[in-house]
Write a protein that binds this ligand. Structure first.
Ligand code: FES
Length: 216
């Protein structure tokens, strides 16, 4: 998790999926305990005795914490009263469902919030309506009032219609794939040598992270 993890509280815990550029110091400063988990790549170093590493996905890590398989953790999953889920729509949907199935034996009464990532346009809070997120009644499944995600990104996890969110996010799929391939293509090209006086080839833009040094 790259964002601020949790507000101040007497006890807090963060189950975190590892990223390539994860900053453990920032995560540790905001939490009492962390489960570092990833299902690919090298193990993540655990630097505090209260933390743990888990090889697998986030739901499996939560199940391990709930079953007591990670004894170093000072907070029991059953005592968690607030669940804030940040990640892809697939991850949030998986946690939403797992709370009613595989995680149910380990969880006590709690409020679950998802940090919803609906497509947006103006981000001016209730102007263009591009970010409208469909909600359904968790009990009846009937549609309820939709939410402007740019106005309120943190939404009741049980009310969010994740299949609808997934379909809407898929609208950008072609552009995202084309952009990713273009960036990968640019990164593979050798940067023009200033010493050799070479002019950048047409369409070349310096990779992110090298621009400032090149401009100085
Ligand atoms: S993005 Fe335009 S109203 Fe939310």
């Amino acid at each position: 998790m790259q964002r601020q993890i949790l507000p101040a509280s007497p006890k807090r815990i963060s189950a975190s999926v590892g990223f390539g550029d994860c900053q453990p110091i920032a995560v540790e400063a905001a939490t009492d305990a962390v489960i570092w988990c990833c299902d690919a790549g090298p193990d993540i170093e655990v630097r505090r005795p209260c933390d743990a590493f888990f090889r697998g996905n986030l739901v499996a890590a939560m199940a391990a914490a709930g079953s007591g398989a990670l004894p170093a953790l000072p907070v029991a999953l059953r005592d968690a009263t607030r669940l804030i889920v940040i990640g892809s729509d697939g991850l949030m949907a998986a946690v939403k469902e797992a709370r009613k199935t595989t995680l149910a034996p380990y969880m006590g009464p709690h409020v679950a919030i998802g940090s919803i990532n609906s497509p947006m346009q103006c981000m001016l809070k209730e102007v263009c309506a591009r970010c409208l997120q469909r909600h359904v009644d968790p009990v009846t499944g009937r549609p309820t009032e939709p939410v402007f995600t740019c106005f309120n990104q943190d939404q009741n996890l049980d009310a969010v219609d994740f299949p609808n969110l997934h379909e809407r996010l898929s609208m950008n799929s072609v552009l995202e794939k084309a952009t990713a391939r273009w960036i990968a293509h640019l990164r593979e090209r050798p940067a023009p040598s200033a010493a050799a006086g070479g002019a950048p080839p047409a369409g070349y833009d310096a990779p992110v992270g090298t621009r400032r040094s090149a401009e100085r």
